[in-house]
Design a protein around this ligand. Structure first.
Ligand SMILES: *Cc1c(COP(=O)(O)O)cnc(C)c1O
Length: 963
């Protein structure tokens, strides 16, 4: 027997072969299909030589891959540098108990967290139902007509509400008033958004909002940041009479006992659902929300789940009114939001399902009661309060603020740092009697003759401490969903039954072009729920977040190495927000050089819809440039437009490799052209999965890029969010990166301000990308890119005899994804890309990207994580489907009544006594033999999009339907 050395044995501990789908032998087989001797030779043939990276990734201490256990241990070391305290800071973020049944079966369950955005409704009914529940929760709690499927956070939701009312309102004013007790981070995000749009943000005392001069709208906080619960009904009437509209940022838990803003005249209600069971996570991710009047539904940003019928007339859920979205409306879009916060919205909705209305009210009343007891206790000590009313927050007057903070920390609490004369306390559902007793001690320290605390005695004498006319009278959450699942057994089975309806990465490859649905490894996910990461308040003192900030600094360095940029900001919480932040950075750069007039943004026609939508939000004017017949940016057209707009050229936004799946040879020339006219180059990094280790945008001409950590760097898609959209910038732009002045994250005084409500955006999921990079090391990351390209080319080559690959580069090769063209087949047979997408469901597959970036096509991105066996299974399905289309072409199948048009087939349809189709049941259900052993049954037939939009309904079915 040959002896294996210790080093060789240790190499087997590597995570790299766990992340990569195909083994070395499988890779060799695929390379031989393509006619290349090695991966390196294949990459040399695909990636233009002039941008090809010559050196190793500069990953420093992370260059060598770490085995899973070693990486976890290293991250544990960082986590241990964080201090978990009871944060009663409030200011939009509260302690909460995630129901453990939700924690394990949603947050930690790949059936939920690895799902894609539910664009294919038939294989997404479970998460669509969960999101619909979320919309119902928000609609009921706020008292509004309609709510969307989530926003990125409270700050951006408020900013989006500002632009919503500007769009739908009748006022010509450019002034927007913000009450002075709105969360400071919300105000900062609103100011950032307002600036490029020419909106003037003014603040007004919260008790004087009825007296403001001309404006198009007002933003109120309910209850205010200092705890005050104000009756705004008279002010709102005055504002409406003056032609202004009213946005209210409201606390969901408070709305369980307070009159909802929808009942006192609000036009839009926004907020955060974090305290419905979603961990603090140092600021995110959490699901922001937006609700509005029914009449504004078509102008509302974000996704919206609606009810429709399927081909058999049964109820089905789907995403409604998608034409509002940025991928269609582009620069006329209502917003650039794409990836949102689905997983967190699902968790918050399940918190409401689990507790029901009585449970929520009980939690809210307990919180209020404990706050009242604390208020009485502190009064007893001689303290006075800045707020006369409250739900859960006291702003305590003191001349010993510093001392109180220090004593609180000794007792394990963080108070809110208001100012030198005040400290804040916000009570949440995790706070107990013992905690109240401990807080009492904090405030009693240094008070002579402090009486003993008698909680029950104080409780007995305290009435509710908010205005009586604001006690909620209306009911909420009356649908059976919020009453049925209160035993854990019922809850567990409800969650399981929903998950079972959906296809996520735990069951099938999800070959979505541009979305990079790769492995989300368990070791990457584990740290997210460590308390040292999940239980940290975003505004906790710096001394308690040392580990977090060290981890974040390391991740920034890793991403600088991967992109070739000088600096990275992790604040943007989705790719769209990264684009927006990056464009503001470019704007600020031009302004700093006295060239603030530069406002033209060139965008090739193949761009993702978020690009033009972001440019419009940044106050830029979009000029679309053409693509040539090969799918490349038409450099002659680009050059002509750059010359034409030379004096005002701000930037170009270009995706590389392109969304057409090609490494364009002319990328460097493109960068040079734009630079020569004084413009900056924004490279959309959503396709970084084709670049890491192979080429770096910061090295081949890019000035700014966003990355999608939820694509390239393994953060799971969560069914449509969370995401992280960091931006990397060249050294000349580093000073303009986002900061967070309102909460003390200075970074650089020249920064563009806050683009997210928390300084580090969705901080608690950053360990996922940190783990990925640490476990892969330089060589592993490069291998991932190479295998992603290999897998895509293997699929393209095997499918090419059946489906033409639309765009290819040198030697017929593609990048990490390929577009197959269904239009010739459709012309001949009437079978569309949609029919193929739906038919794939009968094979148990999630469809590729449909009709983006080219209508009538499918864009396939297999990623490096899929094995050859899975690729072959997919290829077999596609070839079988091609044979079915051929039968239609030959007249062997009817043009309309065939397995493609009938897809997907439900178990009910297949097993019905009556079978009326011209093709067999067997052909419908078991087109390939392997399905006999393992079969996914779509829970609904093809969803009717037109019916759903014509009969728009976006909540749980009316209660009468359940009778
Ligand atoms: C996904 C994607 C975006 C948008 O990113 P989100 O994280 O969804 O906001 C932008 N550009 C391209 C090319 C993308 O694929």
């Amino acid at each position: 027997m040959t002896r294996t050395s210790l080093t060789q044995l240790e190499a087997r501990d590597s995570f790299i072969p766990r992340h990569l789908g195909p083994s070395d032998t499988e890779q060799a087989a695929m390379l031989s299909t393509l006619g290349y001797a090695s991966r390196a030779a294949l990459i040399d043939a695909i990636v233009p030589a002039n941008i090809r990276k010559k050196s190793e990734l500069a990953l420093g201490q992370f260059l060598d891959p770490m085995p899973e256990e070693a990486a976890l241990a290293k991250l544990r070391g960082l986590a241990a540098k964080n201090k978990v305290m009871k944060s009663v800071i409030g200011q939009g973020y509260y302690g909460t108990h995630t129901p453990t049944v939700v924690l394990r079966n949603i947050f930690e369950n790949p059936a939920w967290y690895t799902a894609y955005t539910p664009y294919q409704p038939e294989i997404s009914q479970g998460r669509l139902e969960a999101i619909l529940n979320f919309q119902q929760v928000i609609t009921d709690m706020t008292g509004m007509g309609i709510a969307n499927a989530s926003m990125l956070d409270e700050g951006t939701a408020a900013a989006e509400a500002m632009t919503l009312i500007q769009r739908v309102g009748k006022s010509a004013s450019k002034v927007f008033y913000v009450a002075d007790d709105v969360l400071p981070q919300t105000l900062e995000v609103v100011q950032t958004r307002a600036r490029p749009l020419g909106v003037e943000v003014k603040t007004v005392a919260a008790d004087k909002v009825g007296e403001v001069d001309t404006c198009f709208g007002v933003l109120l906080q309910y209850p205010g940041v200092n705890g005050e619960v104000r009756d705004y009904s008279a002010a709102v009437e005055k504002l409406h009479a003056a032609g202004a509209m009213v946005v209210v940022a409201a606390d969901l838990l408070a709305l369980a006992v307070l009159t909802p803003p929808g009942e006192w005249g609000a036009d839009v209600v926004v907020g955060n659902s974090q305290r419905f069971g979603v961990p603090l996570g140092f600021g995110g991710p959490h699901a922001g929300y937006m609700a509005t009047r029914d009449e504004y539904k078509r102008s509302m940003p974000g996704r919206l789940v609606g009810v429709t019928v399927d081909a058999q007339g049964n109820q089905a859920y789907r995403l409604a009114l998608q034409t509002r979205e940025q991928h269609i409306r582009r620069e006329k879009a209502t917003s650039n939001i794409c990836t949102a916060q689905v997983l967190l919205a699902v968790m918050a909705s399940m918190y409401a399902v689990y507790h029901g209305p009585q449970g929520l009210e009980r939690i809210a009343r307990r919180v209020h009661r404990l706050t009242s007891v604390l208020a009485a206790a502190l009064s007893q000590l001689g303290y006075q309060f800045a707020n006369g009313t409250f739900f859960d927050t006291l702003t305590v007057k003191t001349d010993r603020a510093a001392e109180l903070h220090a004593t609180a920390i000794e007792h394990g609490f963080n108070l809110r740092r208001v100012d030198a004369g005040h400290v804040g306390v916000s009570i949440d559902e995790t706070i107990t009697r013992d905690d109240i007793a401990a807080l009492y001690k904090v405030f009693a320290a240094g008070v002579a003759g402090a009486p003993a605390l008698d909680i029950d005695a104080l409780d007995a004498k305290m009435a509710d401490q908010f205005p009586g006319q604001l006690a909620r009278a209306s009911t909420y959450l009356q649908h059976p969903t919020f009453h049925r699942y209160h035993s854990e057994t019922e809850m567990l089975r409800y969650l399981r039954s929903l998950a079972d309806k959906d296809l996520a990465l735990d069951r099938t490859m999800i070959p979505l072009g541009s979305c990079t649905m790769k492995l989300n490894a368990t070791s990457e996910m584990i740290p997210v729920t460590w308390p040292e990461f999940s239980n940290i308040h975003p505004f906790a003192p710096n001394e308690q977040t040392v580990g977090y900030r060290e981890m974040i600094g390391q991740l920034e360095d890793m991403l600088c190495a991967a992109t070739g940029y000088a600096a990275v900001s992790l604040q943007p919480n989705a790719g769209s927000q990264g684009e927006y932040a990056g464009l503001l950075v470019i704007k600020k750069y031009h302004e700093s050089r006295g060239e603030g007039h530069r406002n033209i943004c060139l965008i090739p026609s193949s761009a993702h819809g978020t690009n033009p939508a972001s440019a419009a939000m940044a106050g830029m004017q979009v000029v679309v440039t053409a693509c040539d017949a090969n799918g490349n940016v038409d450099l002659a057209d680009l050059k002509a437009k750059a010359e034409q707009h030379s004096a005002n050229l701000a930037c170009v936004m270009v995706t590389y490799p392109s969304t057409h799946g090609v490494f364009e040879e002319g990328i460097q020339e493109l960068c040079d052209i734009v630079h020569s006219h004084g413009g900056q180059v924004y490279i959309d990094g959503a396709n970084m999965n084709a670049l890491v280790g192979v080429a770096a945008p910061g090295s081949f001409g890019g000035d700014v890029s966003h990355l999608n950590l939820h694509k390239t760097f393994c953060i799971p898609h969560g069914g449509g969010g969370p995401g992280v959209g960091p931006i990397g910038v060249g050294a000349h732009l580093a000073q303009f990166l986002p900061n967070h002045r309102s909460t003390g994250y200075a970074r650089n005084e020249d920064g563009i301000g806050a683009v997210s409500a928390a300084a580090y955006g969705s901080a608690s999921i950053l360990p996922i990308s940190w783990m990925y990079i640490a476990m892969m090391g330089g060589a592993g990351l490069t291998a991932a890119t190479e295998v992603a390209i290999l897998n895509a080319n293997y699929v393209a080559r095997r499918l090419a005899p059946h489906y033409p690959v639309l765009y290819t580069g040198h030697d017929g090769l593609v990048a990490h994804e390929c577009i197959i063209d269904l239009r010739p087949l459709q012309d001949k047979t009437g079978i569309s890309n949609e029919d193929v997408a739906k038919r794939l469901m009968d094979f148990g597959f999630h469809a590729p990207t449909m009709s983006f970036p080219v209508p009538g096509t499918l864009m396939i991105e297999p990623t490096e994580s899929e094995s050859k066996a899975e690729l072959d299974r997919f290829i077999e399905a596609m070839i079988t489907i091609h044979a079915e289309i051929t039968k239609v072409e030959r007249g062997e199948y009817d043009k309309m009544d065939n397995p493609l048009k009938g897809a997907p087939h439900t178990a009910e349809v297949i097993t019905a006594d009556e079978w009326k189709h011209a093709y067999s049941r067997e052909a419908a259900a078991f087109p390939v033999a392997s399905l006999r052993k393992q079969k996914y049954w779509p829970p609904v037939g093809r969803a009717d999009n037109v019916y759903g939009d014509r009969n728009l309904f976006c909540g749980c079915a009316p209660v009468s339907d359940y009778e």
